[in-house]
Ligand binder design. Structure first.
Ligand code: ATP
Length: 354
């Protein structure tokens, strides 16, 4: 397999908002820079504006007045999709069902008038890269879902696009296949090294595939950052709850401690707020003997999940706390336990509306 070469253009989304003709404000003006070769995931719930932003980048929608799309610094805002050299893969792959795998992959090159020999070489290269060897002459309707997805991707990148745009390409597949293909897609995107925008509402997909993730909510960017930044340092409550499991605690503060029903918990606090909203991830809470911690609670339930167990604890915070512990720790319902939380695992969130 070839090593990664950087491909594609850098992309600037400059002040791009979108109000549809019926007055729907689908997107508040957004500005983002995506580096050449970077994979940027747009993540958010249904209706948050992900597809709208993707379509603006593609040239299928025009942004509101003042918005601009630049590839490698060149303003393409006024150019239609066919002049932007973008590759697209949708949820429904939109392949030609009665054409062969090879003809599908080579389609974009053919309509661009690429000479036959060059086309054949490029198709062969992509067939190998996407693990479709031996299937070149199959018709699309004779392929599995995963194979179709790979053909769609090969077809999209065959034209050496400036930017590859993927809109929920795995959503139509069942859960097990989706997880396997996520790994495959990740490897492929790294190998291709092409600038990619990937739309999904699946946070596991976003975490695995994104160099960076843009979390969107109600037509606005809630946070842009690396998967680790988004997970460990969510900018607000929406991001904390949308990405991964999160305990949200409301508590009074007293000299660097959360004052909770089950005791006091130190935090790294720089502010002077009297009350805070804090987030702590279930896997960052340890279970210790009750006498060994300043924060205790009662085990409400234990759910074995194979690779770990989820312990729900009451009376420690203002609400139930979820704790993920190793699967061999013996814990009984009704037992009083101590909770061990490193101060830097607790993230104080900005007040609502900020
Ligand atoms: P999903 O995951 O469900 O596809 P999304 O985050 O991609 O959602 P968009 O498709 O960008 O969301 O839609 C954002 C908002 O704009 C929604 O409220 C949607 O109903 C609205 N919208 C989308 N297209 C149009 C249109 N052509 N005219 C009017 N409103 C639209």
């Amino acid at each position: 397999m070839s090593t990664m070469i950087e491909q594609g253009a850098s992309l600037r989304i400059d002040n791009c908002g979108k109000t549809y003709a019926d007055g729907t404000r689908a997107l508040a003006p957004a500005t983002l820079d995506i580096a050449r070769s970077e994979t940027m995931v747009l993540l958010g719930p249904s209706g948050c504006g992900k597809t709208t932003l993707l379509r603006i980048i593609a040239g299928l929608e025009v942004p509101d007045q003042g918005g601009r799309i630049l590839f490698d610094g060149k303003d393409l805002t006024k150019l239609p999709i066919e002049r932007r050299n973008v590759g697209m893969v949708f949820q429904s792959y939109a392949l030609f069902p009665n054409m062969s795998v090879a003809d599908n992959i080579g389609y974009g090159l053919k309509i661009r008038g690429t000479p036959r020999a060059e086309r054949a070489a490029r198709v062969a290269e992509l067939v190998e890269l996407t693990n479709l060897s031996g299937l070149e002459h199959r018709r699309i309707d004779q392929l599995s879902g995963g194979q179709r997805q790979r053909v769609a991707l090969a077809r999209a990148v065959a034209i050496r696009p400036n930017v590859l745009l993927l809109d929920e390409p795995l959503t139509a597949l069942d859960a097990a296949l989706r997880e396997r293909l996520r790994g495959e897609l990740n490897r492929l995107l790294r190998t291709l090294g092409i600038t990619t925008i990937y739309v999904t509402h699946d946070q596991a997909e976003a975490m695995e595939l994104g160099d960076r993730i843009v979390v969107m909510s109600k037509g606005a960017i809630a946070q842009a950052g690396t998967p680790r930044e988004i997970y460990f340092a969510p900018a607000n409550r929406f991001v904390a709850e949308f990405v991964g499991a999160a305990n949200i605690i409301e508590a009074a503060m007293d000299s660097g401690h959360l004052v909770l029903p089950g005791g006091r918990q130190p935090v790294n606090d720089t502010g002077s707020r009297a009350r805070v909203v804090a987030m702590v991830r279930p896997e960052t809470i340890g279970i210790v003997a009750a006498h060994a911690s300043g924060l205790t609670g009662i085990v409400d339930s234990v759910r074995f999940a194979g690779d770990r167990q989820r312990v729900v604890v009451r009376d420690a915070a203002d609400r139930l706390l979820a704790v993920d512990t190793p699967n061999k720790t013996r814990i009984s319902v009704g037992e009083r336990i101590g909770l061990s939380i490193a101060p830097d695992s607790i993230r104080l969130l900005p007040e609502e509306g900020q």
